[in-house]
Design a protein around this ligand. Sequence first.
Ligand code: IPE
Ligand code: IPE
Ligand code: MG
Length: 243
Amino acid sequence: MAENKQSTLNLSGINAAIIMDGNGRWAKKNALNVTSGHEKGVDVVRQIVESAAKAQIESLSLYAFSTENWSRPKKEILGIKKLIISAIDSQVPELIDQKVRLNFFGDYASFGDEVVSAIGQAESATAFEDSRLKLNIALGYGGRADIIEATKLISNDIKLEKLSAEDVSNETFFKYLKAPINELDLLIRTGGDHRISNFLLYHLAYTEIQFTNTLWPDFTEEEFVKCLEAFSNTERRFGKRTD
Ligand code: IPE
Ligand code: IPE
Ligand code: MG
C-alpha cells in the first residue's frame, strides 16, 4: 500500500529532514539497554532511506547526533561510535546499489580516526554525480555552531577581500554553512517532543514541521509516506496572499 501511494506523490526537488528521537525510551519500554535502541534505530534508517529514494525526494537529512549529545554517558557514546562503523560497513553496498549519495556533516572528528576514515571511504564510494537521493547525516551537529562558524568564515573572507560585505546574501550564507542543503521543505520529529533541539536553525525559516508521538524505532515506511502526503497537501504561502 505504501508503495502505491508513493508513486502518485510528486516530491522531486524536496529537501526533507528527520529528528530521529525516541531510541532511549523505546529501549526502556522493551527492557533493553540504550544501545539496543540505537541499533533498532539504524534498522529503521535503512527502511526510510529506501522509501525516500522511491518517493524521489531530492535529499533526506537525518539528525543522528547533536553537539549537546556529547554530554551523554561515555558508554552510550562508545556504543554509538561502534554502531556508526558497523552501519557504514553493512549499509554502504546497499546505498551504492540504490545510487544514494552519502554525506556526513557536523563536528564528528571527536568520534576518532576510525570513524573519520570510515566516513571518508563511504562518501567517496557513493559520490554519484547522478544520484537518486542525497542522504545527509548530521553527526556532532549543532545549528548554532554552524551559524557561528559560517559568520567567522565570512568575516575572514571579507578581511582577505575575497568577499565584500555588500555581497553577503541569503545565498552566500547558505554556501558558508556546513549543512549541505539550502531551503528545508519538510521536517519530521519523532518521539513526541515539539522542539528543534539545535538542528538546522538557519534552514528552518519556511519549513513545514510535523511532530509524531511514534518513537523512532517504531517509525514505519507507511507513517513516513503519510507525512509526505500531508506535506504535499499543504499550501505553502511564504508570506504571500494567495486567495
Ligand atoms: C535519539 O534518541 C538518538 C540520539 C539523540 C543519539 P534518544 O537516545 O534521544 O531517545 P530518547 O529521547 O532518550 O527516548
Ligand atoms: C535530538 O534528540 C537530537 C537527535 C535526534 C540526534 P535529543 O534527545 O538529543 O533532544 P532533546 O534533548 O530531547 O532536546
Ligand atoms: Mg531524545
